[in-house]
Write a protein that binds this ligand. Structure first.
Ligand code: GRF
Length: 213
């Protein structure tokens, strides 16, 4: 069975969705960069070893990432899962876990890389928003896309209501992506596209705004 390590910094709701999805993987450890992360307690409630590696105890990004890699490697995971891990990772770290480091981002990439994605989506007036699970490469939020979920932007939406609608989908697609990885069904092509093997294709569309005829 493949094993994973999950990195968090805060609330940990994606981590919780992964723990509760009963995936065919061993969750070897949860590591938090923040000693006060709520997710640490959630992990412990699920009997998952939860560790803290406080980024404030390290002077440079390089030092922190070296310590982080050493901690991760104690568990020898097949996959490292960033779940609300609020640190920009060094190139060395990303290269070390090439092809086995994934992230969830709260937008339909390549739109809205970076922070405050829901507020920016509202400001731009987009009608469809969503979330993306992708492999991590040195270019922030630019790695090969594994899966995306789209939601409508509804009249009267605020950052909070839109964010909650997106988060609900995050909790579905992140466990799904890990399941596919565990099943060995993901391949990254040389030009950086992800193939899902043995896929049951469905042709569907989300149209927004939509009115019943
Ligand atoms: C999520 O919105 C995720 O997309 C982003 O950070 C947030 C983490 O939330 N990367 P949680 O800690 O998983 O609840």
């Amino acid at each position: 069975m493949k094993s994973i390590v999950i990195l968090i910094s805060g609330r940990g709701s994606n981590m919780q969705a992964i723990l509760e999805a009963k995936l065919p993987v061993k969750i070897a450890a949860v590591i938090s960069s923040n000693p006060n992360a709520v997710g640490l307690e959630t992990a412990r409630q699920h009997c998952i070893p939860a560790h803290v590696l406080n980024h404030r105890d390290h002077e440079t990004r390089e030092e922190f990432d070296t310590a982080l890699a050493a901690k991760i490697d104690e568990f020898n995971p097949d996959l490292v899962v960033l779940a609300g891990f609020m640190r920009i990772l060094t190139q060395g770290f990303v290269h070390r876990y090439n092809g086995r480091l994934i992230n969830i981002h709260p937008s339909l990439l390549p739109a809205f890389t970076g922070l405050n994605t829901h507020a920016r989506a509202l400001a731009e007036g987009v009608k469809i928003h969503g979330c993306t699970v992708h492999f991590v490469t040195p270019n922030l939020d630019k790695g090969p896309i594994i899966v995306q979920a789209a939601v409508p932007v509804l009249p009267g939406d605020t950052e909070e209501t839109l964010g909650a609608r997106v988060l609900e989908q995050e909790h579905k697609i992140y466990p799904q992506a890990i399941r596919w990885f565990a099943e060995g069904r993901l391949t990254v092509t040389p030009d950086g596209n992800v193939i899902l093997h043995d896929q049951q294709t469905v042709d569907m569309a989300l149209i927004s705004p939509w009115e019943a005829q």
